[in-house]
Design a protein around this ligand. Structure first.
Ligand code: ADP
Ligand code: MG
Length: 622
């Protein structure tokens, strides 16, 4: 239990005890008058000092019109009209309610952290022939660690010996274990399943996947939802209105019929108690936390409640092609040298020039090259997003990229005739040939497209790749709106244009892989990045991160968002409906203060439960 809550439980316990004593003494020993008042006052004080203190602080900040104030007026008033028992009981229940609130919120946060239970506790550092257990924070890049079966991988690392399988479910939501061997990357927070591996530490703990994801999730609620803002604003206006109604109830009827003045004041006070919006206030953030937690469990990191609201309104999804709708793993289909170079030489030159790039094109060329790259042969590397790279390889100036790059470098080339993506290579200002590569559509993208068509959501494809490659992919996926041959800044311009032509209230999401598209991710109403593992830019710029390279995870996120908002709406209608009923009952004097607050607690518990469910929203729900 958090410290705050512990303190509160002690206060409630003490208050309850004093209350029982006061009640027993007053009833059994027939104590009345001042001594009786003092006894109840003691219980009341134990229960309410913190609330009074909080409220005094809020007065200084001019934000005191809230449910605390309602309770203070109501209970102090009840005391004043001699309803001691009710006053203490109301405060007792109110405080208990607040404790339940606090506990459920902290419980929800804990379970989110638990779902993505990725914080590694220790690492086996290999020094010479021995092993030493150290905290993962102490590991330095380059050190060798030993991973035993069942252990959590402490930091991002690269396998140096052994082979085995890792479970990345906690990171990606994907339950299929992944095979790894020498040279493969391991992500902190995943679990080494069944063999002993040795690995070289790649990054310091704080920059590692696990630490970054934990930070993201911990800050998830910073982007607060509009519903929460609404609820906050609502109380600001609601509180004075309720106080006014209570005042009128206490003042007007007694002026008309002079008898039973105390009774009417009491009813006014019950209205204050009944009107307290406490349950609603907590059930809303709780539902959002639950939604975010469920999404995290399903491999989707959502950076705040407000995005759940936005996702529900998203109507157009703009996709980057390479690496998002396609696997971004190109296969070399043809190598066409232009002059005396051999195919091997052409591929080697291109691979060396690309050796510092993270672009899918570069990664694929290096993969096709297949050998370790001697990076000392490569200098003066310059990457031109949307064009390609320039580098000095073995002292010779190399360009590798698309037609635009060749034009830019004023190199005469022979255009490739086959369809696909061609990487043109020039050495020392002369055209040296091209390498034809092609990409595969993600199966998963087809699934997403079908889902979108059923819901009348429109899909747009943007790509820096050439027209034919773009059309081929779009045709296969059934996307009609295609924009090809775009530079990164063209993508930005296009997106701005889309946003200007947007229908009021509908939102635009951009889905990319974070490579060359961080500005677009930031510009869209909702930036969705794929492949949270590894891509730093994506983690920063995006609002939503799909941990696994599966665009269809967007479906999970939308489903969860809808369910969350549904729960929020249900809670609002239920809570406000109950308030209206209770206030009416209080006005007609058919409910006393104690029962009013018990009814209020019931409303709160039901709303909290309704919200709590969101934490376990099923993967294939609704
Ligand atoms: P997209 O992700 O939509 O394909 P990019 O802006 O990432 O768009 O890339 C556009 C094009 O620029 C690629 O299709 C490729 O032809 C070229 N390109 C970009 N980076 C490189 C690179 N490192 N090496 C070769 N070509 C590149
Ligand atoms: Mg891209």
């Amino acid at each position: 239990m958090p410290k705050e809550s512990e303190k509160k439980s002690i206060e409630i316990g003490a208050g309850l005890l004093l209350y029982i004593i006061a009640w027993a003494v007053a009833d059994l020993m027939q104590v009345t008058g001042a001594p009786e008042t003092v006894m109840f006052l003691l219980a009341y004080a134990a229960l309410s000092v913190t609330i009074y203190r909080e409220q005094l602080k809020k007065i200084a900040k001019k934000q005191f019109l809230d449910e605390n104030l309602l309770m203070i007026i109501a209970t102090a008033g009840a005391f004043a009209v001699g309803r001691h028992k009710e006053a203490v009981a109301a405060m007792l229940f109110y405080q208990t309610g607040r404790l339940v609130e606090e506990l459920s919120l902290s419980r929800a946060k804990k379970s989110i952290a638990g779902f993505i239970d990725i914080r590694p506790e220790y690492a086996n550092l290999k020094i010479g022939g021995t092993e030493k257990i150290v905290p993962p924070q102490e590991l330095l890049p380059g050190q060798i660690i030993v991973l035993k079966p069942g252990e959590k991988i402490p930091v991002d690392a690269v396998v140096t010996s052994g082979m085995g399988t890792v479970d990345m479910k906690a990171l990606t939501g994907e339950s299929e274990p992944r095979a790894v061997w020498e040279g493969d990357r391991l992500y902190s927070g995943s679990i080494n399943l069944n063999s002993v591996l040795e690995a070289r530490v790649a990054k310091r703990y704080n920059n590692c996947t696990a630490a970054r994801i934990m930070r993201l999730v911990e800050n998830a609620n910073e982007k607060r939802s509009e519903s929460i803002h609404f609820a906050d604003k609502f109380t600001k206006y609601y509180t004075p209105v309720v106080i006014l109604i209570a005042l009128l109830t206490g003042i007007l009827p007694p002026m008309m019929f002079t008898e039973a003045r105390g009774e009417w004041i009491y009813r006014g006070l019950i209205i204050l108690v009944a009107a307290c919006p406490c349950g609603l206030m907590v059930s809303i953030p709780l539902a959002f936390l639950g939604g975010i937690g469920s999404a995290a469990k399903q491999g989707v990191l959502i950076k705040g409640g407000i995005l759940l609201e936005k996702l529900v309104r998203a109507d157009t999804f703009v996709f980057d092609k390479t690496g998002t709708l396609t696997e971004g793993v190109f296969h070399v289909r043809d190598i066409v040298p232009f002059n005396k170079m051999t195919k091997e030489e052409l591929l080697e030159t291109a691979a060396l020039a690309e050796s510092y790039s993270k672009h899918p094109v570069a990664v694929s060329l290096l993969e096709a090259y297949g050998r370790e790259v001697d990076r000392t042969r490569v200098t003066a590397v310059e990457e031109q997003p949307g064009y390609g790279v320039h580098a000095v390889v073995d002292g010779r100036e190399v360009y590798a990229g698309n037609i635009r790059l060749m034009d830019l470098a004023k190199i005469r080339y022979l255009a490739a005739v086959e369809a696909g993506t061609a990487v043109y290579v020039a050495v020392d200002g002369k055209y040296a040939g091209y390498i034809l590569i092609s990409d595969v559509i993600r199966k998963d993208a087809g699934k997403l497209m079908r889902w979108m068509r059923k819901r009348d959501l429109s899909a747009v494809m943007l790509t820096g790749d050439n027209e034919q490659a773009a059309e081929a992919a779009a045709g296969e996926l059934g996307i009609e709106n295609v924009y090809a041959g775009l530079m990164p800044q063209d993508k930005v311009e296009l997106l701005k244009e889309f946003r200007e032509n947007q229908v009021e209230g509908e939102l635009l999401a951009f889905v990319g892989d974070g490579i060359n598209d961080a500005p677009v991710l930031a510009l869209a109403d909702i930036g969705i990045a794929m492949g949270g593992l590894g891509a730093d830019a994506a983690l920063e710029a995006a609002d939503i991160i799909l941990m696994e390279d599966e665009p269809s995870r967007i479906m999970n996120a939308v489903r969860i968002s809808k369910a969350t908002l549904r729960a929020v709406r249900q809670n609002m209608v239920f809570a406000i409906g109950m308030k209206v009923i209770l206030i009416t009952m209080a006005f007609f004097g058919v409910v006393n203060m104690q029962n009013a607050i018990i009814a209020d607690m019931a409303v709160m518990l039901i709303s909290i439960l309704n919200s709590f469910w969101m934490l376990w929203y099923p993967e294939k729900g609704a």
